[in-house]
Design a protein around this ligand. Structure first.
Ligand SMILES: [Zn+2]
Ligand SMILES: [Zn+2]
Ligand SMILES: [Zn+2]
Length: 170
């Protein structure tokens, strides 16, 4: 048989009744009646030969069940890990969202005390306008102008700049 015509096939063993894989030509192949471990089995032989064959089947069935169990266990573990990762990232984004909300509310609480009117000579806080708080805010705005969000380019997690939040801008 030429290499490129050889494909992976499967058949059911007439001895152990388990499915087994074999390689053969795509067309007109001869299906092996038995899997390799069953080659020497004599189910119609002497008592000792029958016992040996059945023991061989039992051992392989057990090994198969074990590996299936291991796979199932590993699958469950992987699923658990993925779920945990998902929960963690969800918690992290919930926390950062809550944190931004809190910072914003805090800022609003501060601003409530300071009226920012150009005509008033006194700030709401009782100091001559503009009071140090208002001046600090104005200075902040000068140093950190409102960023141009339209130029925002998504970057993969971490190292992604978090756009600063400005008070009153929700
Ligand atoms: Zn077999
Ligand atoms: Zn067998
Ligand atoms: Zn003030």
């Amino acid at each position: 048989m030429s290499g490129k015509d050889v494909v992976d096939l499967s058949a059911t063993c007439t001895c152990c009744r388990m499915e087994f894989a074999f390689k053969g030509p795509r067309t007109a192949y001869v299906v092996p009646k038995r899997c390799q471990p069953c080659e020497g089995h004599k189910l119609d032989g002497s008592a000792a030969e029958r016992i040996a064959a059945l023991e061989g089947h039992a051992a392989r069935a057990l090994a198969l069940a074990r590996s299936a169990m291991d796979k199932a266990r590993q699958f469950a573990k992987d699923k658990e890990t993925a779920l945990e990762d998902h929960k963690m990232s969800q918690r992290a984004s919930y926390r950062s969202h809550k944190r931004r909300e809190w910072v914003e509310r805090r800022m609003i609480a501060v601003l409530d005390v300071h009226t920012d009117s150009e005509t008033d000579s006194m700030c709401g806080c009782g100091l001559p306008a503009p009071c140090p708080t208002t001046r600090a805010l104005e200075e902040f705005d000068r140093e950190h102008p409102d960023p141009d969000y339209t130029g925002f380019i998504y970057q993969p997690p971490r190292g992604r700049p978090r756009p600063p939040h400005r008070p009153g801008q929700i």
